[in-house]
Design a protein around this ligand. Structure first.
Ligand code: SAM
Length: 272
């Protein structure tokens, strides 16, 4: 990616973009699946982008990774012991699942280059992928889930947006397979984009999850480097949850768990 006067910009619409001033461009490659760029930024540390969209920044990755793991973990009716992660080749999701005490994690990432560059540039985050409790598989998550005979307590779809290799991760068919490999009382969650700039993502995720599970639950977080800052996640609704003391992290805590599912009216209407 070519920088204009050392600024990386992610375009949200024809009329708006978010720009980061960059001190260094660390990498720019085209893989079999996508274009990957890595920058060193002044305000957010190292920044990973795929096809021109921000995936992970050192300064706020904890918000995304805590929210995609801890909310479904604490809402599950039975304490999860095992998880399947689809995508997540940076290792951030597996890292939080290990912190939560899971004993078995299978992480299926389609693009080995994401793993390699994360190991090189984000070693603290990517070291989770070398943990003996984590089985890293380089494969298409859609195919993996359709063939899997193994069952899990959690399935986490930590993917790119619903275009390119991630498109099929937002379909009813895919969630039919996800449901089949979930243990009773299990939870499945996906990142579902910015309700403001990508309303189609939360709608697609909600439709797909509802058609497989008959229900859905969306929740929100504030992630400064993602479009509009307001980010959504969508999961099946596990019902009453369980009684377990909630360990606060850096963004996530008991209040966030209670509040993140309370949706603004425009989001309620989007998924009605
Ligand atoms: N935090 C991020 C976000 O929402 O912007 C997601 C980060 S993670 C790097 C996304 C990963 O999903 C990418 O590495 C991409 O290669 C992977 N991915 C996309 N489609 C996939 C598929 N069908 N199977 C497995 N991994 C997939």
């Amino acid at each position: 990616m070519k920088l204009i006067e050392n600024w990386f910009s992610e375009r949200y619409s024809d009329n708006l973009q978010l720009s980061f001033r960059v001190s260094d461009q660390l990498l720019s490659i085209k893989t079999d699946f996508q274009r990957i760029d890595l920058f060193d930024t002044y305000d957010f540390g190292k920044l990973l982008t795929i096809d021109g969209t921000v995936q992970m920044a050192e300064k706020d990755e904890h918000i995304y990774h805590e929210m995609i793991t801890m909310v479904p973990f604490y809402l599950a009716t039975k304490r999860p012991e095992s998880a399947l992660v689809i995508g997540g080749g940076d290792g951030g999701t597996a890292r939080r699942l290990l912190d939560l005490g899971l004993s078995k994690i299978v992480n299926v990432e389609i693009d080995s280059q994401v793993v390699e560059l994360s190991r090189r540039f984000f070693p603290e985050i990517a070291s989770s992928l070398s943990d003996p409790r984590v089985n890293l598989i380089i494969d298409d998550g859609i195919k993996y889930v359709s063939r899997s005979k193994e069952k899990f307590d959690m399935v986490i779809i930590d993917s790119t947006d619903p275009v390119g290799p991630a498109e099929g991760l937002f379909t009813a068919e895919f969630y039919g397979d996800v449901k089949r490999i979930l243990n009773d009382g299990g939870v499945a969650v996906t990142q579902s984009g910015s309700p403001f700039y990508q309303p189609f993502a939360i709608r697609k995720a909600t439709g797909a999850i509802r058609s497989a599970f008959g229900n859905s639950l969306s929740y929100l977080a504030f992630i400064p480097t993602y479009p509009s800052g307001l980010w959504s996640f969508t999961m099946n609704d596990p019902g009453t949850g369980r009684n377990e003391e909630i360990r606060p992290a850096r963004y996530f805590n008991k209040d966030i768990l209670e509040g993140c599912v309370r949706l603004p009216q425009f989001v309620k209407e989007l998924i009605a």
